[in-house]
Structure formats: C-alpha cells, structure tokens
Design a protein around this ligand. Sequence first.
Ligand code: PHE
Length: 355
Amino acid sequence: MFESLKTQSLEEISRVTDTRALEDLRVKYLGKKGLVTAEMSKIATLLPEEKKAFGAQVNAVRDEVTKLLDDKKEQLEESEINARLETEKVDITLPARPQPEGKIHPIAKVMEEITAILSGLGFEFRDGPNIEDDYHNFTALNIPENHPARQMHDTFYLPSAPPSNLPPQAGGGFSSPLAGGIKGGLRVLRTHTSPVQIRAMENYIKDGAKPPFRIFSMGRTYRSDSDMTHTPMFHQVEALYIDRGVNFGHLKWAVNEFVTQFFGSEFEMQFRPSFFPFTEPSAEVDIRWGDRWLEIMGCGMVHENVLKNVGVNPEEYSGFAFGAGIERMAMLKYNIPDLRQFFESDLRWLQHYGF
Ligand code: PHE
C-alpha cells in the first residue's frame, strides 16, 4: 500500500537542491491539501475493521515522508552554510589595500617649526584679524595717512561699513579672515602681521600689564601683487620683544638664534641697513645662498612712536621686532622653486613637497 506515494516522495525529495524547493515539497505532501494528508482524511470514511490497518499504514507513510523532509532539510542547510562560509571567507594573509596618504603642506610644516622655535625662545603666540582697520595696519605703526609707505604695500581696501552679520573673531588657532575689534575708518586685508603687535600691546596695557612683552604672530597677509615671486595672499611670521634696556645686540642674537635653529648652523647671515616706518634703526637680514645673498626678513628696534601709540613709555622701555615671509623660508629650506605652486592645490606637487 502507498508504494507509489513512497517512491514518488523519496525521488522528489532526493532531487531537491535548495531549502525553498524542499518547503514546497513539504506542502505538497504534508500540507492541508497535501497528498499524504488526503490519504489520512480517508480514514473517516472507512469501516471500523478497516480503520486500524489503514491508519497504521498511512501513519507510517507520513512518518517516513516527514523524516525524509527533515533529514534533507538539515543536509541542505548545512551545505548552504558551508557554501556561504566558502564564498565569504576573509583571507587575512592578503596585504592591505593601498590607501592614498595625505601630506602636510610645506607652509603648515614651516609654521609648526617656527612655532616650536619661537615658543622655545619664550615668545607667546598672538592671533589677530585678517580684516584689519587702517589704524592698526598703518597709523599705529607710524605710517601716517598719505604716507608713501601705504602705496608700497599694494593694499586691498574693503568697503568701509562692516557687514553686520560678521561674528567676532574666534580666539585660538591661526587667523580666519573675519573682522574682530575693528576700529572705524577704512578696512583693509592686513598687509603684514605687524598690526598684531599693536593689538597685543594694546591688550596688555588695557589689562594693566607691564613689559616684558614677548609675543609672536603668524598667519595670512595680503597684497595686491601677483607674479613669479609674489602671490596676493602669503604668510608672515613676526616676533616682538619689549622690556627695559633692550638693544640691537639682543635683536641680533634673537634673529641669529631663530635663523640658525630654522636653517641649521651652516648658514651665513648678514644684517643690512634698511627702512621700516615702525622700527628705527631698521635692517634686513640676508642669508648666503650659493654665491648670492637672499633677503629673508626685516627687523629693527621698535619706533618710539609705536610704543607711544599703544601706551608704552619709550623713556622706560625699548624693544625689537623681526618679521619674515613664510613662503620664502619654506622655499629656501626645502628647495621649492616656484612660489605660485604653493597655492595651486596640485596633488602631485603636494605629494612631492609635502611631509
Ligand atoms: N612688517 C614688515 C613687512 O611686512 C616686516 C617687519 C616686521 C619689519 C617687523 C621690521 C620689523 O615688510
């Protein structure tokens, strides 16, 4: 009895290769309208003496089919897991995929080096706004209105009414081009970092502090000038020391220390008399480059008018300042030939000259 049902189910179940098709077979044989279920429901229609034998037979078929389905299911599930483990296998011996590596821009690198040197010499970093007022950028630095020195700076002027939505400049880090504490009058993109000297000294005096003042400032500066050796935006660093009895010898020592720490001791250096409205006497510093002398910074003793402007008594105190172009320092130290490429964001250039 039920031989054909048994062989049919055995054959079909053994041929199945995935769990979903197997589930279809379970429904086909054991479901509500399944073939085995249909046989079982016949019991009710039989005579009492037939029921026992028929019932035993049909139960045996049901148990057999159930067991076939269960065994097959276990077998299929195992092979499906094995197949997944096989395809999803992670080969931990493979070398890592190459990741493109970022580099530190030479300007950022040089600014880090300078920060380390000047901090080591006891100078404290001071920030200031990139958008300056005419007073801090020029007047307080002893560059009066209509003075030809203003033209020398190729200044970028801005509309004089400050936009009302500018937040005050956030403290810390290097300057962002936002205005902060701007006096009335013309506004400019700062043409040098020297206005930060003025702001730092004004703040010291306002807080009732007295010299010694030892600060440095560093960041973006702007001049309307663009050629092989000039970009409209460039970077400067500047140090200022005010105390009793500061003289030109102290300035020379500090500049020498700064330059030798930055370039290494094999550099020859010379001081050449020069002029800046905010220092008197003033000098420019050259370092020897092959058979040439290259100018790397300006310096001098802070002009007494500058001290007066911030409320420091020039009878009691004196000081020095020196300022240098960061790009120039980076080009000389790391043999970078073209200034303009600093700001072209060429990744090949950065891969080559970055750190
Ligand atoms: N501020 C000058 C410039 O931009 C450099 C300088 C700084 C000179 C400090 C003397 C002292 O040219």
